[in-house]
Design a protein around this ligand. Structure first.
Ligand SMILES: C[S@@+](CC[C@H](N)C(=O)[O-])C[C@H]1O[C@@H](n2cnc3c(N)ncnc32)[C@H](O)[C@@H]1O
Length: 299
């Protein structure tokens, strides 16, 4: 069983600096994988007849790809790339682009790299090196994107910008590295209408601790983007197709998923997850928490 020191966990959750976020993912990524049975680390987009977290994640990834117009992209920077599973999907769906996965968590990058090396096609084909080289991995932060000015044409952040602190630095870094007319696409959880920290504390309840990221408001996200050289061209709110269906899936399959989680974690961790999903469902229904896909063009 994973040994979680509660004091450390509380500190990581409350302080949330880059190192804390790395520790959090090193501790909890396995639980995300066990409860979804998939390699992406996002909630997924459950619109239509979606039956599993894996399908929902793939749909979210596809929607982000379409929004980001990846069919015409040359160099995509995926900031907060997780295990590189979204990059793998885009690489299969689109033939041209070079995808650069940027992540603070080196374990995520290593796992992603190993996985891609082991995909049969890469190992056996003559195009192995060329195909492999279409995805590369860089251990860096959203706060200092290691690219020169105007050198890429897409920046994507798929359910990772909720960790970027300060958010404004990520946006100015994105504006700096994007060429003219380049696209920034962000998919992330946001809060709506919470006027101050006291109201957040009361209304988010347990999520103040278990939703272990910043709780940026939609308004803050949009105004920060508009303060840089970006024109927002699309805002799609998908919260009702994210939180509630995911929670329902978990509740319906709780027994099986719980047993899987208990192979790696003490039972109180699963209980906290269950309570957090209940609360997520509740705040989503009330419209306090939503999920946004934003598309902005650099001018
Ligand atoms: C919820 S996961 C999403 C991963 C991936 N986009 C996916 O959908 O599978 C968030 C990712 O962001 C990374 N991350 C968190 N803070 C970061 C930062 N400041 N800079 C770069 N990556 C960061 C985490 O290590 C993690 O891999």
């Amino acid at each position: 069983l994973k040994n979680i020191d509660p004091l450390h966990a509380i500190l990581w959750t409350l302080r949330r600096n880059e190192k804390d976020v790395i520790h959090l993912y090193d501790t909890l990524s396995t639980m995300m994988e066990l409860s979804t049975g998939a390699r992406m680390l996002n909630f997924g987009y459950w619109k239509g007849n979606v039956l599993s977290p894996e399908e929902a994640q793939s749909q979210l990834c596809s929607s982000v790809g379409v929004t980001a117009e990846l069919d015409t992209a040359q160099i995509i920077v995926d900031v907060g790339s997780g295990y590189g599973a979204p990059a793998s999907q885009w690489e299969r769906q689109y033939t041209h682009p070079l995808i650069v996965c940027v992540n603070t968590n080196s374990n995520h990058l290593t796992a992603g790299k190993n996985h891609i090396y082991h995909i049969q096609d890469y190992a056996v084909s003559d195009n192995a090196i060329r195909n492999y080289c279409k995805i590369s991995f860089i251990n860096s932060s959203s706060m200092a994107l290691p690219f020169s000015n105007s050198s890429v044409d897409r920046v994507i952040s798929l359910e990772s910008a909720q960790h970027f602190k300060p958010f404004a630095v990520f946006i100015s870094e994105s504006a700096r590295i994007l060429s003219n007319n380049g696209l920034l696409v962000i998919a992330m959880p946001v809060t709506i209408g919470l006027r101050n920290s006291f109201e957040s504390l009361i209304r988010l309840g347990i999520l103040n601790f278990t939703w272990a990221s910043e709780h940026y408001s939609l308004n803050h996200v949009l105004t920060t983007i508009e303060q840089e050289k970006f024109t927002i061209i699309d805002i799609t709110m998908i919260g009702p197709d994210v939180y509630e269906p995911l929670a329902k899936y978990y509740f319906k399959n709780r027994q099986v998923l719980r047993n899987k989680i208990l192979t790696e974690y003490p039972s109180y961790v699963e209980r906290i997850l269950f309570k957090s999903l209940l609360k997520m469902q509740n705040v989503s229904r009330k419209g306090i928490v939503d999920y946004v896909i934003i598309k902005a063009r650099r001018y």
